[in-house]
Write a protein that binds this ligand. Structure first.
Ligand SMILES: Nc1ncnc2c1ncn2[C@@H]1O[C@H](COP(=O)(O)OP(=O)(O)OP(=O)(O)O)[C@@H](O)[C@H]1O
Length: 229
């Protein structure tokens, strides 16, 4: 299997006044292409910090993140932001859709700055994903006209629209009821199987856990267990 993403001796220390908070204390982890990985652990164990660093939204205090043989620490700030836009899809617990844009426009958004695609190609690709996440016929609705589960489906379509190397999801089901939470994970799983997209998501939720193929348990900023199923 080809390596998608590698973390080497990752450390993150937050300064809180006089106090240093060690959020990550030496994470070594290899994630292969096509994996479906859940990061679990108690509140404060470092899940969000880890996803933020892997997603180029924050930088580690020390250690390395290497994507597909690209070491992120060699990139300048603007290069890092380009790398993120082109290679990483995000799904957030609060969906983060743009309220004044329709479902179709939200899904098209990551492609708008990409001049290599025509308007027709963008629309076609977005519509295909909207259908794949089960929202055909809802493309002209606004986020306020959708349920939480439907909003998260839009977010999944948006995260996938540029064929990213990896999709990172920080507690994607935190605001959903249990049936909807399982549906959302099931859609992510189908995308993982059919498109081969690598997914890394954090969760507290045991209902979600059972769908993961690999579970990394964090405890106090370290990997306590790494289970494959
Ligand atoms: N910006 C920050 N400044 C200072 N400390 C922070 C900051 N962000 C996180 N921390 C601390 O780092 C540690 C790890 O936090 P993190 O949010 O990564 O944990 P988590 O596992 O995602 O928690 P939760 O499940 O509650 O979201 C915690 O002790 C937290 O208080």
């Amino acid at each position: 299997m080809a390596v998608c993403l590698e973390m080497k001796k990752l450390r993150k220390v937050y300064k809180k006044g006089e106090i240093d908070v060690e959020a990550l204390r030496g994470i070594d982890l290899v994630i292969e292409k096509g994996e479906f990985v859940s990061i679990m652990g108690p509140s404060g164990s470092g899940k969000t910090t880890l996803l933020n660093i892997v997603g180029c939204l924050d930088v580690p205090t020390s250690g390395e993140v290497i994507y597909n043989e690209t070491p992120l620490h060699n990139l300048k700030e603007n290069e890092l932001s380009d790398y993120r836009k082109n290679n990483i899809g995000f799904i957030f617990q609060s969906y983060n859709l743009i309220p004044v844009l329709t479902v179709l426009e939200n899904v098209e958004l990551p492609m708008v700055i990409d001049k290599s695609l025509s308007v027709e190609e963008r629309t076609e690709r977005a519509m295909k994903l909207i259908e794949r996440v089960g929202l055909k016929g809802m493309e002209n609705r606004y986020p306020r006209e959708l349920s939480g589960g439907q909003e998260q489906r839009v977010a999944i379509a948006r995260a996938l629209v540029k064929n990213p190397l990896v999709v990172l999801a920080d507690e994607p089901t935190a605001n959903l009821d249990s049936v909807t939470a399982e549906e959302i994970i099931e859609i992510m799983r189908q995308m993982n199987e059919t498109e081969g997209t690598t997914f890394v998501f954090s969760t507290h939720d045991p209902r979600v856990e059972k769908h993961a193929r690999r579970i990394i348990f964090l405890q106090d900023g370290q990997i306590a267990r790494d289970e494959r199923r």
